[in-house]
Design a protein around this ligand. Structure first.
Ligand SMILES: *Cc1c(COP(=O)(O)O)cnc(C)c1O
Length: 381
């Protein structure tokens, strides 16, 4: 079956008791048992199992081509659960330019528990290889990276890791399974901030992890139940509703993303464009090969904080806000917003300058998005 069909039907079987076509929001904390030790249909307590959550877990697993899925209260709690596959004394290689919250979780919290992290430029497979150690148990990759859109060769990194029995985890939030399927490229575990493209409507926070390995899936299920950072029934339902239109939405994000990037690339006030769809992007060929499109994320540098402020505050249609991947176009300033927790020297090295602006191209009419950016760029002195 094709992607759009899977998106609409996987996990979305009509409700067994009523035939309801939309999976009901099972707003319950517990389930009546038929007798001592005899739960009905495997449901006992809602932290452990909930039919609405189960539906979204099956849905996203199918979209990524994976066997197992687990939904969490946020992208961060999904990432935290995945990191519980490693323990004190283990070493993890991480993309040096991840989502700011991921960097914060790894460097400020998990490092206190004896887990060792090496932040490297995973877009250079040689650097990944050099960073692997005797005790490396995981390579954690974000591609394209947020916000400077560096692309990692998932096939190459997965081959390197597999040869040493090391798991590869990919944060696929920026692409969504419609544009990139990391498991097919060799990754072991894929995770999402469902808050972004999967839900797509700026009305829910959530996270999903999918994978094929049975043993790791058992452990994640155990962690999900033991820690309890579960996706609520209502948020599960909202995410399910979101993924039904994922194919259509991603087509349009991709289409408008290309047009916005082309406009920005030609604009005299734009000093540098960060967009893998551009011929000038140094990994354009790789992005073309491993992605089905380039998505709606476009970053650009206007040279200074003053210029960035003029654009960010000059927009009328694009909303100045954190987050991405929704119907509304959003504009943000990584250095002071999403990446404020990254050390200033590291930000400079990664290209997260004070002049860097990130746009999440939404689903408004493309011409309106471009016209708004045009007038906002016109506010630069
Ligand atoms: C937003 C985001 C996260 C964190 O997800 P939350 O749902 O905000 O907890 C992780 N990775 C990426 C790439 C993100 O954009």
């Amino acid at each position: 079956m094709g992607f759009a069909t899977t998106a609409i039907h996987a996990g979305n079987e009509p409700d067994p008791t009523t035939g309801a076509v939309s999976v009901p929001i099972y707003q319950t904390s517990t389930y009546a048992q038929e007798g001592l030790g005899k739960p009905r249909g495997g449901f006992e307590y809602a932290r452990t199992q909930n039919p609405t959550r189960l539906a979204v877990e099956r849905n996203v697993a199918a979209l990524e081509g994976a066997r197992f899925g687990f939904a969490f209260a946020s992208g961060m709690s999904a990432i935290d659960a995945v990191l519980r596959l490693v323990k004190a004394g283990d070493h993890v290689v991480v993309s040096d330019n991840t989502y700011g919250g991921t960097y914060r979780l790894f460097s400020r919290i998990l490092s206190n528990y004896g887990i060792e992290f090496s932040f490297v430029d995973t877009s250079d497979s040689g650097e990944v290889e050099r960073a692997l150690k005797e005790n490396t148990r995981m390579v954690y990759v974000e591609t394209p990276t947020n916000p400077v859109m560096t692309v990692t060769d998932l096939t190459a990194v997965s081959e390197l890791a597999r040869a040493r029995g090391v798991r590869v985890v990919c944060d696929n939030t920026f692409m969504s399974p419609y544009l990139q399927r990391p498991i097919e490229l060799g990754a072991d575990i894929v995770l999402h901030s469902a808050t972004k493209y999967l839900n797509g409507h700026s009305d829910s926070v959530g996270g999903v992890v999918v994978l094929n390995d049975e043993q790791d899936a058992e452990w994640l299920k155990f962690v999900q139940n033991s820690v309890g950072a579960i996706l609520s029934p209502f948020d599960s339902w909202l995410t399910l509703r979101g993924t039904k239109t994922l194919a259509l939405r991603m087509e349009q994000h991709d289409k408008s993303g290309r047009a916005v990037a082309a406009f920005l690339e030609e604009h005299p006030k734009v000093e540098k464009l960060y967009y893998p769809g551009s011929l000038s992007h140094k990994q354009h060929e790789l992005a073309k090969r491993q992605q089905r499109g380039f998505g709606g994320m476009v970053s650009f540098d206007v040279g200074s904080l003053e210029n960035a402020r003029a654009v960010l505050e000059g927009c009328r249609l694009l909303t100045l806000a954190e987050s991405l991947g929704a119907v509304e176009s959003l504009i943000s300033h990584p250095a002071t917003m999403t990446h404020a927790s990254v050390l200033p020297a590291t930000r400079q090295r990664l290209g997260i300058t004070d002049g860097l602006v990130r746009v999440s191209v939404g689903l408004e009419d493309t011409d309106d998005i471009i016209a708004d950016l045009d007038q906002a760029l016109g506010k630069i002195k």
